[in-house]
Design a protein. Structure first.
Length: 301
């Protein structure tokens, strides 16, 4: 065996052995598929969403969108707690997107969920915090815990202004995708194509897609959950461009990136975990134009 190949195999085996003792790393989930896989999670999500119905958020023509990701809750929680308090204290009409990796490892959902419910911020799915799952949220076979708390990881909702949805004016369309496993999968991709084909000429002011995993940074540090394949990235980016999508929002990488491709702006939001030297969140002013700002969570205590 070639010396270089042997070195890689030894390194991989050492990582698996060390990871087996570390509650933060589901080595089987990272390198041998996540259970349940995307096809089952998508089916579960669609069943929930169809039973719950579509959410239509009544908003003024100008509103504020808070965005937070990768809190990785374990023994510390100051960044997420501060974010929720800031979100709650804002007096402008607003709502929130959380882009995944709420927890870091096993058995932290109860702690993390209690923070999301501070001061009654998030009382049910129809409240103003909309969630998607990240790879850490579904490691260790935790999908069904996440789903029990937050319902669906693939859904859409929209905003409108006026007295009622039937008589008011459509504002913006939001589409949540499950990329926690580093792929959309065949069924979810077809669902997205069908949805965009139906909605792209429906008169929405903006179309915003949000999910966990970034598209353009090729990083294999987390196995198959690291990023979408190049082939799937190509298919997805062309689909979003053809449908007139304005924004693709994600986290996962813990490093901010803003880029444009095919008329779509792709924004990777910084991590909000306490372990970061400077955790951030993002606020968007959504109106006829969209303006955004990254805001430091320091000091987090």
């Amino acid at each position: 065996m070639h010396m270089k190949a042997r070195k890689y195999i030894y390194t991989a085996l050492l990582s698996i052995v060390c990871g087996a003792c570390n509650p933060n790393y589901d080595m089987l989930g990272m390198f041998n598929g996540t259970s349940p896989e995307i096809a089952e999670r998508f089916a579960d999500s669609r069943q929930f969403s169809e039973a719950a119905g579509v959410v239509h958020m009544q908003m003024p023509a100008d509103y504020r969108l808070f965005i937070c990701t990768d809190s990785h809750i374990d023994s510390t929680h100051y960044g997420l707690e501060k974010f929720i308090h800031l979100y709650k204290a804002d007096t402008h009409p607003h709502m929130c997107l959380f882009l995944g990796d709420l927890i870091n490892a096993q058995a932290h959902f109860a702690h993390a969920d209690s923070i999301l419910h501070l001061d009654g911020v998030m009382t049910n799915r129809n409240d103003t915090v909309f969630m998607t799952c990240g790879n850490h949220d579904i490691y260790f076979n935790q999908w069904h815990i996440w789903q029990k708390l937050y319902g669906s990881s693939t859904y859409w909702f929209d905003t409108y202004t006026g007295a009622s949805y039937e008589t008011g004016k459509k504002l913006d369309l939001y589409i949540c995708l499950d990329t926690a496993e580093g792929t959309l999968g065949t069924d979810q991709m077809k669902w997205l194509k069908d949805l965009l084909n139906t909605k792209k000429n429906a008169g929405y002011r903006h179309i915003i897609v949000f999910t966990h995993t970034h598209l353009f940074k090729q990083d294999n540090s987390q196995g198959h959950t690291s990023n979408l394949s190049m082939e799937e990235t190509y298919e997805l980016t062309h689909l979003l461009s053809d449908a007139g999508v304005d924004l693709y929002l994600c986290g996962h990488d813990h490093s901010r990136e803003v880029t444009s491709y095919g008329g779509v702006k792709y924004i990777t939001v910084d991590s909000s975990t306490d372990a970061e030297p400077e955790p951030y969140y993002m606020v968007m002013e959504v109106g006829q134009q969209i303006h955004y700002e990254f805001i430091s969570l320091l000091p987090i205590k």
